[in-house]
Design a binder for this molecule. Structure first.
Ligand code: PRP
Ligand code: URA
Length: 210
């Protein structure tokens, strides 16, 4: 795998992913865990965000200090399950705008079908953070990345909770400029292209639809 792939080894993240995988975890706890894991991942995702120097006055003295540059950030959750990751990231990046890409995997072909797309107008000038908790064959993510590259985006980061080897290898070779961040990495997919051991259907577990 290329050096554009980052798999989190942090104990807090590993602990919370284990709770998320457990089939007995309730919908509410699942939603809260997705929130918390997404928030913890922001620390690494933003590691290279540019800073600018500003002058401020503390109660004691004037000083020069650093704040984040005003480069815009756009979060792009892939519907539905990506929505679960938005709130945790917005807690730390409150000015990030949110675009939505609607894709579902056809049950027969396992290929993504696009049904919605609404993105910030000037998304090409922003750092784009694509959100999807599940990264299986990589078909949905490839479709989302094509939409974003066609819109002129150049700085794209992809954030997933459980990623499978097949998807990660596909995306890191097809899109070598995209940085990929995964909370957990699984080797296998089953015959229905579900991640093994994975955590099941993320959308259904987040929204209680099954
Ligand atoms: C899931 C998941 C990803 C996709 C991953 O969405 O949230 O978008 O499958 O699979 P892939 O890597 O093989 O494309 P799903 O199609 O189940 O839609 P949903 O979020 O609306 O449930
Ligand atoms: N979508 C999911 O929600 N889970 C998987 O394991 C694969 C695709």
């Amino acid at each position: 795998m290329g050096d554009n792939v980052f798999i989190f080894g942090h104990p807090l993240i590993q602990h919370k992913v284990s709770l998320l995988r457990d089939k007995n975890t309730s919908m509410k706890d699942f939603r809260d865990l997705v929130d918390e894991i997404s928030m913890l991942m922001v620390y690494e995702i933003t590691k290279d965000f540019p800073l600018v120097e500003v002058e401020i006055e503390t109660p004691i003295a004037k000083t020069k200090t650093k704040v984040l540059s005003d480069r815009k950030v756009s979060l792009v959750p892939i519907l539905r399950a990506g929505i679960g990751m938005v709130r945790g990231i917005q807690q730390l990046l409150p000015n990030a705008r949110v675009g939505h890409i609607g894709l579902y995997r056809d049950h027969e072909t396992q290929l993504p079908v696009e049904y919605y797309c609404k993105l910030p107008q000037d998304i090409a000038e922003s750092t784009v953070i694509v959100l999807d908790p599940m990264f299986a064959t990589g078909g949905s993510i490839a479709a989302a990345l094509r939409i974003l590259f066609n819109r002129g985006c150049t700085d794209i980061r992809l954030v997933c909770i459980v990623a499978a080897r097949r998807g990660v290898e596909r995306i890191s070779s097809e899109f070598p400029d995209v940085k990929i961040y995964c909370a957990a990495f699984d080797e296998e997919l089953n015959a229905n292209a579900y991640i093994v051991p994975g955590l099941g259907d993320a959308g259904d577990r987040l929204f209680g639809t099954k």
